[in-house]
Design a protein around this ligand. Structure first.
Ligand SMILES: [Zn+2]
Length: 281
């Protein structure tokens, strides 16, 4: 008797340690895109539903191209198998009704107890205490959305900082508002998008997950733009605008090697961006 062994060809998924949270997944143009963030109970795009993502209760789909959303059925099946609560599925508003129709038919066809709640990405989704998810504009060739994850905290107002604990309690009791609400954009995700995503509020998120599908010098950048994707020239164009502390390049095409991607980034991007750049590949 023997057991089958894993091989080099077995697709590996990646993990990026971001301190308070981890990003686990994979993103290759046309093949599979998924980012699971277990600390936030969230998965961005379904990819092919790897097991480590299945326990997250929120699944935010950027659009319905199948390298991003094709794993949804398997996600629901694995959650059913594990007796998990309904999966919150978030989709672009234009695709909400079609998503409901598709899932109804899937349920009937599979004769399975699939358990889910669908939301439009325009809804502000509370992931957990202080953490929210909302759709933000992106620019693709089909109805789609980017996502922004924010953290909201109450911070004591400056004028109360020198007060004693008793004085603060007293002020609170008398109905005075003693805190300001501070909202921090933690992470933005482009999904598939043309370079215009760099003109949105996403560039102020602490972590920016942005696609860069193409790198060849001789390519027609306008054509790539028309398909709703990004070329390294677009990154070059907007590089100085990006304020994010960590910029994560995703969705690189499998036609490029690591070496080719690195050479192209080194050639086109300024040092100020290269110092913050992680290629999720
Ligand atoms: Zn797409």
């Amino acid at each position: 008797m023997q057991f089958a062994k894993p091989s080099k060809e077995t697709d590996p998924y990646l993990t990026l340690d971001c301190g308070q949270f981890q990003i686990m997944g994979k993103s290759i143009a046309g093949v599979e895109t998924i980012f699971a963030i277990p600390q936030w109970n969230l998965t961005l795009d379904s990819g092919r539903a790897p097991l480590f993502a299945v326990h997250n209760d929120y699944l935010a789909l950027t659009h319905w191209h199948l390298d991003h959303a094709g794993g949804l059925a398997h996600f629901l099946s694995l959650r059913c198998l594990n007796g998990l609560k309904p999966l919150h599925i978030i989709v672009p508003p234009e695709k909400k009704d079609q998503t409901d129709d598709f899932l109804n038919i899937l349920k009937k066809t599979a004769e399975s107890e699939l358990s889910y709640i669908t939301h439009a990405s325009t809804e502000n989704i509370s992931l957990q205490k202080e953490m929210s998810l909302i759709g933000i504009p992106n620019f693709h060739c089909t109805p789609s959305t980017g996502y922004l994850i924010t953290q909201t905290k109450n911070k004591l107002k400056k004028e109360f900082e020198r007060f004693s604990e008793a004085e603060i309690i007293q002020a609170k009791k008398s109905g005075t508002t003693i805190t300001n609400t501070i909202t921090t954009p933690l992470l933005a995700f482009s999904g598939d998008s043309k370079g215009e995503f760099f003109t949105t509020e996403a560039i102020r998120a602490q972590y920016l997950l942005m696609e860069c599908s193409f790198f060849e010098e001789e390519m027609n950048v306008q054509k790539i733009d028309d398909y709703g994707h990004t070329h390294i020239q677009d990154w070059k164009k907007y590089a100085d605008k990006i304020e994010s502390e960590v910029v994560i390049m995703t969705h690189t095409s499998q036609r490029y090697s690591h070496k080719e991607i690195e050479a192209s980034c080194q050639k086109h991007l300024p040092k100020s961006l290269l110092d913050r750049l992680v290629v999720f590949r």
